[in-house]
Design a protein around this ligand. Structure first.
Ligand SMILES: [Zn+2]
Length: 336
C-alpha cells in the first residue's frame, strides 16, 4: 500500500512529461468513454445522499478544457461508425457520458460542454424524469444515513444495527442488494417500505433535482444524445427476462415519444450486484433496437468491441487526476 501510494506520487509527473503518452503510442488504439453523473457548484450540499457521484463545476470545467485541448472528443454517433468499421478511430479519442438525468446536467454541465465544443450523451432514468423522484439508490442511501431508528430488519428478517456510519453503509449495501433485483412497482413498494421503516422523509423534496422533459429536449437541440438508463434503475441482469425487456423497451418508447426521435443508446444501471449485464441482456438490447450500450466495467473501448457492452472510465475528482486516468488508460494500465 505504502509503495503503491509512493509509486503513484512518483509516477504522477510522468503524465506531464509524456512518458505515458509515448507508451500509449505503442498500444492498440482505443477510445475512453468517461462516466459522469452530476455537476454542482457546491457538491457538499448533496454529497451525503448522492455519495461520490458529484463533480464540482470548477473541476468539471477544468476537465472539459483538458479534453478540448489535449484529447479528441468524439460524438456517440461517431463511435457507432468507428465500431462498425466505417470510420477510423482518432488517436486519444474521448467521449463524455452522464448517467441518471440530474437537472444539473442541463443547467451546469451542458453550458460548459457547449462552450468547449464537446458533444455528450445523457442516459436518463425515465420514471425519475416523469415523476421528479430521485433514483432509488439516492432515496435509500438518504434514508439509511439520516434515520434516527436504531435497527433495520431486512426482508430475510436479519436485523442490521444503525449506530455507526459503517453500520449504516453496510445496511444500505444490503438494502441495495434487495432493491437492485426489483423493478417498477415492486421496487417502489420496497423503497417506500424502507423509508417508512426508517421513518425517513423524502430527500430534498422541495427541490427539482431531476431533469424535465423540456430539459432533455434542450440537450437534444444542442446536439447532445439522450439515451435510456432504464425506467426504474434496476440491475437488469438480475431481472426475469420479461421484466428486463420491459425496462429496455418501455424506457425507449417513452423517450422517443417525448423527444420525437429514435433512441438508440442505453446505459446499464449498476447498483451493487454483479454482474450488471450479461450476453443475454446484450442480445436483448440489440433485439429491441439499441445500437450501443455502456456498462460500468472499467477500461478503454477498442475498435473490435461489441457496441452493446462498452467499457467506461471513472473520471477523477481532480483536473490533473483526469489526465492521469486517461494517460494510464491509453498506456494500457487501467484495470478492467
Ligand atoms: Zn445510474
Amino acid at each position: 500500500m505504502g509503495f503503491a501510494v509512493r509509486a503513484k506520487g512518483w509516477l504522477r509527473p510522468l503524465a506531464r512529461t509524456g512518458v505515458l503518452r509515448a507508451a500509449s503510442m505503442l498500444r492498440a488504439p482505443g477510445a475512453a468513454i468517461l462516466m459522469y453523473h452530476s455537476v454542482m457548484d457546491n457538491p457538499d450540499q448533496h454529497s451525503a445522499a448522492f455519495g461520490g457521484i458529484i463533480h464540482s463545476t470548477r473541476v468539471f470545467a477544468g476537465q472539459m478544457e483538458v479534453l478540448a485541448r489535449h484529447y479528441q472528443p468524439v460524438a456517440l454517433d461517431d463511435l457507432v461508425e468507428i465500431l462498425a468499421g466505417r470510420k477510423s478511430l482518432p488517436r486519444r479519442a474521448v467521449l463524455v457520458t452522464f448517467d441518471d438525468g440530474y437537472a444539473d446536467n442541463c443547467d451546469i454541465a451542458a453550458p460548459v460542454l457547449n462552450r468547449t465544443g464537446i458533444p455528450a450523451a445523457f442516459y436518463v432514468v425515465v420514471n425519475s424524469i416523469a415523476s421528479g423522484r430521485l433514483p432509488w439508490p439516492i432515496r435509500v442511501r438518504h434514508a439509511f444515513l439520516s434515520t434516527r431508528v436504531a435497527t433495520w430488519t431486512d426482508p430475510a428478517a436479519r436485523r442490521w444495527p444503525l449506530a455507526t456510519p459503517k453500520e449504516r453503509l453496510d445496511a444500505f449495501a444490503a438494502a441495495c442488494g434487495h432493491c437492485g433485483r426489483l423493478a417498477g412497482e415492486a421496487q417502489e413498494i420496497a423503497v417506500v417500505a424502507i423509508e417508512q421503516q426508517l421513518d425517513s422523509a423524502p430527500y430534498a423534496a422541495e427541490q427539482r433535482l431531476m431533469m424535465s422533459w423540456e430539459q432533455l429536449q434542450t440537450l437534444r437541440k444542442q446536439g447532445h444524445v439522450v439515451g435510456s438508463h432504464t425506467l426504474s434503475h434496476p440491475n437488469v441482469a438480475q431481472l426475469a427476462e420479461g421484466e428486463a425487456e420491459q425496462e429496455f423497451v418501455d424506457s425507449k418508447q417513452k423517450l422517443e415519444q417525448q423527444l420525437s426521435q429514435p433512441v438508440w443508446h442505453f446505459s446499464y444501471p449498476n447498483p451493487v450486484l454483479d454482474p450488471h449485464w450479461t450476453d443475454e441482456t446484450a442480445a436483448l438490447s440489440q433485439r429491441v433496437g439499441y445500437r450501443t450500450a455502456v456498462t460500468s466495467r472499467r477500461g478503454l473501448v477498442r475498435p473490435k468491441d461489441n457496441p452493446l457492452e462498452l467499457s467506461r472510465i471513472l473520471p477523477s475528482k481532480q483536473v490533473d487526476g483526469l489526465r492521469w486516468n486517461l494517460e494510464c488508460a491509453f498506456a494500457g494500465y487501467t484495470r478492467s
